[in-house]
Design a protein around this ligand. Structure first.
Ligand SMILES: NC(=O)c1ccc[n+]([C@@H]2O[C@H](COP(=O)([O-])OP(=O)(O)OC[C@H]3O[C@@H](n4cnc5c(N)ncnc54)[C@H](OP(=O)(O)O)[C@@H]3O)[C@@H](O)[C@H]2O)c1
Length: 316
């Protein structure tokens, strides 16, 4: 799609990363002049080349180059950060630069998970979320126009983790808790499109946007049963009881205690789906009813034909 000059110019931090690359591709496909800030020593050469060939403008630099950040920000309208979790607090440097630049119409920090201001989870995950909350509070205190995104579970990432579809001979699947709790799994391509849409949407300004399309809610047992029907395989489901998950969250060293705590919050406590959306909540598929969203059923069809590669997941 040709770039139209009247579209907002979007800068993505972490644009070569797992979710960042979907966001950058969606931005380009939706016609936005798109910039990717990448470290000089980034090893994501293949992705950088791919994004550049699609039309992304690659800017090399580090978070400590404040003046460079400020001049780059002055060239764009919208900033999206998809930095990885260990770099979450580096976003304070982006916030400082946005304050000096003074022209940014919207900032989306690197959230993209559970609705961190509405959940209470096990301590290792709580400490993880606390860093993200700190960034939200800093954005609000600086009066930067924002959209906070709760994308819930990355669909392909979690299908790869839960079902291990690339292991053709493995018949054992671990089920966290009873397996009956519903979770929200959203396909990464849809997360990319929703994120670009909300970044330029006045209805999403200074709001939290939750990605929770109805066709994307499923329990682990429901997911396994759907996969069994599609593949004709039968799996031996081994349950990891809640008490054992809680014990593991206390005994595993940091940071290995984080994934088990996330699994507990999502698949035992149900934090992606266990609160009602009220009148004041903004849900992405309701904002864009004409946008086709990939259901969990369709996501599994994608896995049958052309399986998305597993990420370097914290869970893997
Ligand atoms: N909801 C979910 O299911 C889910 C799952 C996973 C992650 N997340 C969230 O999504 C967000 C993005 O995570 P992600 O897994 O997509 O990120 P990622 O792929 O691990 O990394 C994103 C990018 O960060 C950049 N980066 C900057 N400084 C870095 C450093 N010191 N070391 C390594 N990379 C550095 C890299 O870009 P350059 O090399 O180009 O500089 C990298 O490509 C996070 O907020 C994370 O918590 C959510």
């Amino acid at each position: 799609m040709a770039v139209q000059n009247n579209e907002s110019k979007i800068l993505v931090f972490g644009g070569t990363g797992y979710i960042g690359s979907y966001i950058v591709k969606a931005s380009i496909n939706l016609g936005h002049p798109t910039y990717v800030f990448s470290r000089p020593n980034s090893h994501k050469t293949e992705m950088l080349n791919q994004l550049q060939s699609m039309g992304a403008i690659i800017v090399k630099g580090t978070m400590d180059e404040h003046d460079k950040l400020v001049s780059l920000l002055r060239e764009v309208d919208v900033v999206i950060s998809a930095l990885a979790y260990p770099q979450v607090l580096d976003q304070l440097k982006i916030i400082e630069a946005i304050k000096v630049a003074g022209n940014i119409k919207r900032f989306l920090p690197s959230d993209f998970g559970v609705e961190e201001d509405r959940v209470s989870v096990l301590p290792p995950f709580e400490a993880f979320l606390e860093k993200k909350r700190k960034i939200r509070r800093a954005v609000e205190a600086a009066n930067i126009p924002y959209t906070f995104v709760s994308a819930n579970c990355f669909g392909a990432y979690f299908v790869n983790f839960l079902l291990r579809p690339y292991e053709q001979t493995e018949e054992i699947i671990t089920v966290y808790g009873s397996g009956e709790t519903k979770a929200v799994l959203v396909y990464e391509e849809d997360i990319g499109v929703f994120t670009i849409k909300v970044a330029a949407d006045p209805r999403a300004c200074n709001r939290v946007v939750i990605y929770r399309p109805a066709a994307n809610l499923i329990s682990q047992l429901g997911l396994i049963s759907l996969w069994e029907k599609k593949t004709g395989r039968r799996f031996n489901k081994v349950h990891l009881p809640e008490e054992e998950m809680v014990t593991l969250s206390k005994t595993l060293p940091d940071p290995q205690n984080i994934p088990i705590s996330i699994l507990h919050s999502v698949f035992v406590k149900g934090v992606t789906a266990n609160f009602q959306l009220g009148e004041n909540d903004v849900e992405a598929s309701a904002l864009y009813p004409d946008l086709k969203v990939t259901s969990v059923d369709e996501l599994l069809n994608i896995f049958l034909c052309n399986p998305p590669k597993p990420a370097n997941a914290a869970f893997a």
